[in-house]
Write a protein that binds this ligand. Structure first.
Ligand code: GLU
Length: 503
């Protein structure tokens, strides 16, 4: 049987390094076994999916030098490979389960679901759905369908017993069915849920090995139930250790740079990033730390995949990148890479309007634009000195601006201009005296510089976010608890209180 693996990203945000990390292991396993690796786009979340994000997934995988044998952009024998184009397929399969009484129509309204949640909370029960539509008579279902009542389709999860499966990396895993809700398979908008679409597609696309992050392990029993309900052969599962941030939690953009574009724009070599990412989840037989993708594939053995999460240590990544520069690039190659990176007309042309009237000699250019190239800005206490504003308040302000900027896909000068003014209003502080100095300090690492908003647009969202994160860290960091408090204040429009009392 041909080994077939896949990566199945959802186009719901910036392209995450985790997608490259998981792809590398899927590629290694497929190639080691002369198999195929395919790319499937899981865009069933209509509100969060966006074609731009899908394009960014291709861009980021291509930048990393990864190739797939089948995918939405190149087709293949089991297409389409974009889930939004496969809705009829999911409907057909879910109806099969309804007919076989393995799934059922659920007509619970928003109010009913809310009520169930309240009751579960009060009685300290497993929160979730109380299965009230599970045993509706056929006539009753017919009647409600005729009345055009809104519905979802749910899976009948066994009430007793447990799901036991072998994970090729983690060993035997057990999950009591009583802990699993009757999963929604088809949503009221006619779109499938992740569980249904993922299982149907993995089966139809003949995936033999599912290699994905640990965070999906709790979904696996639900998927196994579906394979059993359909009477399909189950693939093998391998759950990979998660990439962890400094806080020991799953690497998240709220605390670390995670977008592939950040690494590209900061000047990392994709080969070095790939090497680093494989090292996060794998140990080579000779404990080698620097190796090529070919060596990695050649040596690949799932038994050598780690079990516990791996800290995403950017200092280590920098060290690996340096090894690649020293050992793999001639001086001439290095020059080419630098030109491709940011010493090119395209990038410099963007800078011209910002320096045209601001330099006396050409050498002023470097002083003006150092922050456009530097990765580690040198923050100092003095830089963040703002009259009457405490350290805490400064980091909270930066955090709020950073959060509000998340709402835009690409930063335009007018976005950061508007958002920073909105924040000034929300906080009831002076934009010019408080917000602007903080922004200059965090983004440019100086008190003054070329126009802040336009230069932020050129730096791009990923680098601006990374700078905000570094500035917050420099100012002492924000605990999750404080972050939650801040969000509450933001929701209630009471952010200004951080200037009256301590959070
Ligand atoms: N769409 C899921 C994701 O965003 C796929 C998870 C899986 O590999 O099953 O990662």
């Amino acid at each position: 049987m041909e080994v077939r693996t896949r990566i199945a990203p959802s186009p719901t945000g910036d392209p995450h390094v985790g997608t490259i990390y998981i792809s590398l292991f899927n590629i290694a396993f497929a190639k080691k076994n002369n198999g195929k690796f395919l790319l499937r786009i899981e865009d069933t979340d209509q509100t969060r999916s966006h074609p731009t994000y899908e394009q960014n997934i291709y861009k980021s995988l291509k930048w990393a030098g990864l190739h797939w044998d089948e995918g939405p952009d190149i087709g293949g024998p089991y297409g389409p490979y974009r889930q939004s184009e496969r809705l009829d397929i999911y409907k057909k399969y879910v109806m099969q389960l309804v007919e076989e009484k393995k799934a059922y129509y659920c007509f619970a309204t928003k109010e009913e679901l809310e009520e169930m949640r309240e009751i579960a909370k009060k009685t300290n029960q497993r929160s979730g759905y109380d299965r009230r539509y599970r045993n509706l008579s056929e006539e009753e279902v017919e009647k409600r369908l005729k009345e055009n009542q809104k519905f979802v389709i749910r899976l009948k999860v066994p009430l007793k017993g447990e799901c036991v499966f072998d994970d090729e990396i983690r060993g035997q895993i057990k999950a009591p069915y009583a802990d699993i809700d009757d999963q929604i398979l088809l949503k009221s908008d006619g779109f499938p849920t992740y569980h249904l679409a993922n299982v149907v597609d993995d089966h139809l696309m003949k995936i033999t090995h599912i290699i994905r992050g640990d965070e999906w392990i709790s979904s696996t029993p639900k998927h196994i139930l579906l394979y059993e309900a359909f009477g399909w052969e189950k693939p093998k599962f391998m759950h990979m250790p998660l990439l962890l941030g400094k806080d020991g939690k799953k690497l998240s953009k709220r605390k670390n740079p995670t977008s592939t574009f950040f690494f590209k724009e900061t000047g990392f070599l994709p080969e070095a990033l790939n090497n680093f990412l494989t090292l996060m989840g794998y140990s080579m037989p000779n404990e080698k730390e620097i190796y090529s993708m070919e060596e990695f594939i050649e040596s690949f053995d799932p038994k050598r995949v780690g079990q516990s999460g791996a800290f995403f240590d950017i200092t280590k990544l920098e060290w690996i990148n340096q090894q690649y520069i020293i050992n793999n690039l001639s001086e001439k190659d290095l020059l080419e890479k630098l030109k491709n990176w940011q010493f090119n007309d395209e990038y410099f042309l963007k800078l011209m309007p910002l320096c045209h009237s601001r330099i006396k000699t050409f050498s002023d250019f470097i002083e003006l634009f150092d922050f456009m190239f530097i990765h580690h800005l040198k923050y100092t206490e003095e830089l963040f000195n703002i009259k009457d504003v405490t350290q805490d308040q400064k980091k909270y302000i930066i955090q709020i601006i950073m959060q509000l900027l998340e709402k835009v896909d690409t930063i335009k000068a007018q976005d950061i201009d508007k958002i920073s003014k909105d924040v000034a209003e929300l906080l009831r502080v002076n934009h010019k005296k408080v917000i602007m100095p903080l922004l200059f300090a965090s983004i440019q690492g100086k008190h003054q510089g070329p126009p802040l908003f336009s230069s932020s647009e050129i730096l791009g969202k990923d680098r601006v976010r990374a700078r905000f994160l570094s500035a917050i860290e420099f100012l002492g960091g924000i605990s999750n608890k404080k972050m939650a408090e801040l969000n509450k204040l933001l929701e209630r429009n009471e952010l200004y209180t951080i200037f009256e009392k301590k959070l």
